[in-house]
Design a protein around this ligand. Structure first.
Ligand code: NAD
Length: 301
């Protein structure tokens, strides 16, 4: 297979000063992409800032012959980050919403600031950067957007109600963006990575942090950002060299006309039976199913 290249393309990688984002920035640049290396350079809890993290990655890219520019704004200020791309390279083709922080604490001990900061960085950040890039992508009829979710969103994790909720929000965000981008050839997908990093040092044993190299995730992220990537509105997982897709499945369920609470309880096995479960791609498909139920309901009355 010919090497997948990104010549002529411009990417913003948020939170690219370390961890996963750094590997994306390095690999994109190695393959001809011009990269905006965004990083606030703060600590893992979202406080403080510095320019050194982004600068080091830019230096590494340039030393290897690639093209990159640093940006130190928080992802909440997407316009500034996109301006860096336009000023330096004149266009924007790829946005990898990767910046992230953790403020783990169980629900009753969670302060408003723990909730708000997580939503500001993960959700408001992805919204802000993507919205600023959108007009350029729409006008050029080309764009690749990636948001970064987490297994914590899908399965839940102790002490991460804030993070799980924010990471779930991003899946919905990308799924709706995929619909809005269809006619402009803008593809939006969600990545669920697992890797050792500064972020996961707090939740993983040290040997696992060292073994789960971020570079094992990078190939999928880059493919998702490539012109040839065929999918939109999908969720993919990567970690330890394993790559897969994640889908919502819905049971066939059962129409129980004029149901009482007891009727729902009595039909629980059929309602929750996942044997012939299926996945839907459009909200209208889910609604169509409800219209059939409504017809049965009306017939019964
Ligand atoms: P990391 O801490 O190494 O990288 C995150 C980067 O984001 C840091 O360099 C940090 O300075 C930067 N950042 C934080 N707040 C920012 C802001 N407001 N503006 C700009 N930059 C900011 O962690 P990582 O593991 O590489 O995480 C990358 C992404 O992957 C995050 O969104 C994280 O939630 C997600 N994720 C990681 C894992 C994992 O196993 N590592 C699992 C699930 C999801």
């Amino acid at each position: 297979m010919v090497q997948l290249r990104y010549d002529g393309k411009v990417a913003i990688v948020t939170g690219a000063g370390g961890g996963l984002g750094k590997t994306y920035a390095l690999e994109l640049a190695k393959r001809g992409c011009k990269v905006v290396v965004n990083d606030l350079g703060g600590d893992r809890h979202g406080t403080s800032s510095s320019t050194s993290m982004a600068d080091k990655v830019v230096q590494e890219i340039k030393a290897a012959g690639g093209q990159a520019v640093a940006n130190y704004d928080s992802v909440e200020f997407g316009e500034k980050i996109v301006k860096t791309a336009i000023d330096a390279f004149g266009r924007i083709d790829i946005v990898i919403n990767n910046a992230g922080i953790l403020r783990d604490v169980s629900l009753l001990k969670m302060k408003d600031v723990d909730w708000d900061l997580i939503f500001q960085v993960h959700v408001k950040g992805a919204f802000s950067v993507t919205r600023a890039a959108w007009p350029y992508m729409r006008d050029q009829k080309y764009g690749r957007i990636i948001v970064t979710s987490s297994n914590a969103a899908i399965y839940g994790n102790f002490g991460q109600t804030n993070y799980s909720a924010a990471k779930s929000a991003l899946i919905g965000f990308a799924n709706s963006l995929a619909k809005e981008g269809e006619k402009y050839n803008i593809k939006a997908n969600t990545l669920v990575p697992t890797a050792g990093s500064r972020l996961t040092q707090t939740v993983m044993p040290e040997d696992l942090v060292n073994a789960l190299k971020p570079e094992y995730v990078t190939p999928l992220t880059l493919y998702m950002a490539h012109e040839s990537f065929p999918e939109t509105g999908k969720v993919y997982e990567a970690g330890a060299g394993w790559y897969g897709q994640l889908l919502y499945y819905r049971s066939n369920g059962k129409v129980v006309t004029n149901a009482s609470v007891e009727d729902v309880a009595n039909n629980w096995t059929a309602i929750s039976d996942m044997k012939n479960a299926h996945s839907l791609s459009y909200m209208k498909d889910a609604t169509a199913h409800l219209m059939d139920a409504l017809a049965a309901q009306e017939e019964a009355n």
